[in-house]
Design a protein around this ligand. Structure first.
Ligand code: NAD
Length: 465
């Protein structure tokens, strides 16, 4: 560390001790990791007040420091997330984290708008909220953390991360690292904080904390609903159940490859991943054949399908944690089917009301529903999506049908002729994000969504037309 940075650190620590001498009783366990929600938010508040004074150029340096500092650690964090959560695939976790680091927009996302006329000039600028409370999922633990941190700090905020208890160790490690990278760039500690023992109670404390200006919640329906009743401004990114429609005009070979790639990516734990296929009867057999060529395992026997249901759905009707995000080969093996190659996804024909179709399984199990024609496929797709308005996928060469489906679904993300993850900016155009806000309408969130829009008026001047 350079001398001036070391001096700044010592100065900050002394100042903090003078302001709060009792703090020594509750030591920081790792940089940015506190014992209580109150302590963490107080530190983040203080940090944000200093950060607010910095130039935009300094914010750019902070974001660059995060990107450069995290890149060499991608494999390490991917492995740690896999080891701790037991969900997903190493190589896909590497791809997700790489995407978050490289393609999440920074300060450039904050665009100014201006109106000018005879009465002068009015600017609309995007400024910081203050301290953001971000609740993150177990399924993309580090990716969401990095992606949110880049976007939120680019917009001038500090952030308290309420992480999933099932991913707390890797998240604490990431918070500590991110803190160090921010400090290296700007000399401010505690821009990114969390607590040592995350819990649902702590997340609820966060939701009511007076010093938290905005909640950004990435998770299942329960936590999003809870946050939306908190009385605070909330960006809610909840669950999805994306269907993939395939009609007879589609390029079936490509559709099969894209669907297998999307549905098997990180073992289907992404909210945007294809959770079912709705295919018209003329092409369904050929589609299945092509999916098998791309690594899908087709289960034909009704008793084996039932065995898979009994195995993967718990008594209370929820998908069994034991199988969420596990490899398809492992799930087959537990069902008594030995396979000697790496199966990407398990597929089967089922009716539209089958539990694998209606539940968000978050496993590499992909049910296929057959319909008479495209119109029926669209009706079934809409039913399966359950008006979550999250994500839908369609493979077709018929522009009219694609247009009709896009309008009817009204989903935040609609991917045409590609794997679902193209909607995250992975192999598709657009910024990367891991927080897709459907219930509150922001769609794919980036720095601009973590900022308050403000109007700044100058009368009688600066209109030079
Ligand atoms: P989860 O809902 O179990 O947990 C998410 C977070 O909320 C965790 O930090 C957890 O500790 C907290 N939490 C859970 N219940 C809470 C409550 N009652 N009060 C306060 N906090 C609570 O979700 P998960 O299993 O970690 O992640 C998978 C779910 O998240 C899926 O439903 C998936 O679709 C969704 N998800 C959505 C997006 C998106 O961008 N829309 C992204 C990733 C995941």
């Amino acid at each position: 560390m350079q001398d001036d940075k070391l001096k700044e650190l010592i100065k900050n620590l002394v100042q903090e001790y003078v302001a709060e001498p009792n703090r020594a009783c509750a030591p920081i366990i790792q940089a940015g990791v506190f014992g209580t929600v109150n302590e963490a938010i107080a530190a983040a508040k203080k940090a944000q007040e200093k950060y607010e004074e910095l130039s935009l150029e300094m914010r750019r340096k902070v974001i660059e420091s995060i990107r450069c500092g995290m890149r060499p650690l991608i494999n390490e964090y991917a492995q740690a997330a896999l080891d701790e959560t037991g969900m997903g695939r190493f190589e896909d976790k590497v791809a997700k984290l790489t995407l978050a680091i490289n393609k999440t927009p920074g300060v450039e996302d904050l665009r100014t708008e201006a109106e000018t006329g005879d009465n002068g000039m009015t600017l609309y600028e995007l400024s910081a909220y203050g301290v953001i409370g971000a609740i993150t999922p177990s399924t993309n633990p580090v990716d969401t953390l990095v992606c949110n941190a880049i976007g939120m700090l680019a917009a001038g905020n500090s952030v308290f991360f309420s992480v999933h208890p099932g991913a707390k160790n890797v998240c604490k490690q990431a918070v500590e690292k991110l803190n160090q990278l921010v400090f290296d760039a700007c000399g401010i500690q505690n821009m990114i904080v969390t607590i040592n023992e995350p819990s649902i109670e702590a997340a609820q404390e966060l939701m009511k904390h007076p010093d938290v200006a905005l909640l950004v919640v990435t998770g299942g329906p329960g936590v999003v609903r809870q946050a939306m009743t908190s009385g605070k401004k909330t960006i809610g990114a909840g669950a999805g159940n994306p269907p993939a429609i395939v009609d007879e005009t589609a390029n079936i070979e490509k559709a099969a490859a894209d669907i297998v790639a999307g549905a098997s990516f990180d073992n289907n734990i992404l909210c945007i991943a294809e959770k079912s296929v709705i295919a018209v009867k003329d092409i369904v057999s050929y589609l299945i054949l092509q999916m098998e060529k791309n690594g899908a395992y087709y289960v034909n026997e009704p008793d084996v399908i039932q065995k898979l249901v009994d195995l993967t759905i718990a008594e209370n009707g929820s998908p069994s944690r034991k199988f969420i995000g596990k490899n398809a080969s492992y799930i087959l093996q537990e069902a008594g089917i030995a396979v000697d190659y790496d199966v990407r996804v398990i597929i089967m024909n089922v009716p539209k009301d089958h539990p694998f179709v209606v539940k968000e399984m978050l496993m590499p199990i992909l049910p296929i529903v057959t319909t008479e024609n495209f119109d029926e496929a669209l009706c079934v797709g809409l039913e399966v999506e359950q008006r979550l308005l999250h994500t839908a996928v369609m493979h077709s060469q018929n522009i009219g049908r694609l247009n009709k489906a896009a309008k009817k679904f009204q989903t935040s993300i609609f991917v045409k002729n590609g794997p679902s993850y193209a909607g995250l900016g992975f192999g598709g155009e657009g910024a990367a994000t891991f927080t897709i806000a459907t219930p509150t309408g922001e769609c794919t969130t980036t720095a601009k969504d973590f900022a308050r829009r403000r109007r700044c008026v100058l009368t009688d001047g600066f209109s030079i037309r």
